[in-house]
Structure formats: structure tokens, C-alpha cells
Design a protein around this ligand. Structure first.
Ligand code: SF4
Ligand code: SF4
Length: 177
């Protein structure tokens, strides 16, 4: 299966899972995803306050290469939950990320893949105070906990890349059967 087909299949898979969730499970997932988006935003806000935008502008986005596996099943559910369209990937941009363009990432910060949000390069880290580093570590723990809770709730490895979930779908779990 090529990347484009895997993406389409992955999106279909997540839409199917989301569409068939019973009301109580959808509510629980919605609460988890609200926290998931909020913690991501808080992490990005902390680095922006420390001046990351200027550093990233000078760098030109070195960390946005080879990003096709960063977008997870849960990242897609976070979009579906808010009825926001997923980006249309362009896999021909290789080695640049298929979810970005010349202006940078095409997703709003709170919808960007968890891996992208958690990555803090040495140039940005050098600008962070210890208190901010501690806050970031605490938010990272909360985000990883969100992923685990969602995986338990839906009985699927949702933290895995969407492209890989599409290639190795698991059986329909009890929560949506
Ligand atoms: S996070 Fe670091 S590597 Fe990524 S764009 Fe910013 S400065 Fe560059
Ligand atoms: S998803 Fe966005 S932030 Fe992440 S690597 Fe791709 S362009 Fe960069």
C-alpha cells in the first residue's frame, strides 16, 4: 500500500471508529481529547513565550522533515472530535513533511502531532528557564497519560502512526461492537 492509500484508509478507519462510538464512550473520549488539545497548546505557549518563534524562523524548520509517521490515530481523532478537516498530505514533498508547506505546518498548533509538540531542540531548550522545563515535563506526562487512557478506552493502539494503523488494523473492539 502506498502512503496516499494508507492515509486514506487510516482516515476512513478513524472516522468509522469515531462514528460508531456509543454516546458514553464518545463523551469520555471527547473529555480526553479536550485535555489532549489543551495540554499541547499549553506546551507550545510556554516555548513561544520563551522566544521560540524567532529561533524557528531562523532555523527554517529543520525538525519538519520526514514527518509522515508523526501523525497518530489519536491526532486524527482530536480533529474529528472538533469537526475540523484533516490536512491533505502531499507525500511528494519528501524529505519535507507531507502535512506542511512552504509556510510551515498546515495544522493549528493544538492539532499538531504529539511527537512534533513534544520535540524541543537544543536551540529552543537553551532559551528555557528551569521552571519552564519542569512545566513542560509535567505537561508531557499528562499528554502521555491521555494517550494511554484513550488507548484503553477504545482498545486500540491509537498513539501509533496513522499510516501504520491503516496497514495493520485490529479487530473491532468490544467498546464499538
Ligand atoms: S524547534 Fe528547533 S529544529 Fe525545529 S524549527 Fe524550531 S529551531 Fe528549528
Ligand atoms: S506535522 Fe507539522 S509540525 Fe509536525 S513535522 Fe509536519 S509540518 Fe512540522
Amino acid at each position: 500500500m502506498n502512503d496516499q492509500k494508507a492515509w486514506e484508509r487510516g482516515v476512513w478507519l478513524m472516522e468509522d471508529i469515531h462514528g460508531r462510538l456509543p454516546r458514553h464512550a464518545r463523551q469520555q473520549l471527547g473529555d480526553l481529547l479536550a485535555d489532549y488539545r489543551r495540554y499541547k497548546w499549553e506546551m507550545l505557549a510556554l516555548t513561544l513565550t520563551a522566544g521560540s518563534a524567532a529561533v524557528c524562523r531562523d532555523c527554517g524548520g529543520q525538525c519538519c522533515q520526514n514527518g509522515k509517521y508523526r501523525f497518530s490515530g489519536l491526532d486524527l481523532l482530536a480533529l474529528l472530535d472538533r469537526q475540523v478537516s484533516a490536512p491533505t498530505p502531499d507525500f511528494s514533498r519528501k524529505p519535507f513533511c507531507p502535512y506542511g508547506d512552504a509556510d510551515g505546518c498546515r495544522m493549528e498548533p493544538l492539532f499538531r502531532p504529539l511527537d512534533c509538540v513534544l520535540f524541543i531542540c537544543t536551540a529552543v531548550e537553551a532559551r528555557l528557564k528551569n521552571t519552564v522545563i519542569n512545566s513542560l515535563a509535567s505537561l508531557e506526562q499528562k499528554l502521555r497519560c491521555n494517550v494511554k487512557q484513550a488507548e484503553i478506552l477504545l482498545e486500540r493502539p491509537l498513539g501509533q502512526p496513522l499510516l501504520l494503523l491503516a496497514e495493520h488494523p485490529v479487530d473491532t473492539p468490544e467498546v464499538i461492537s
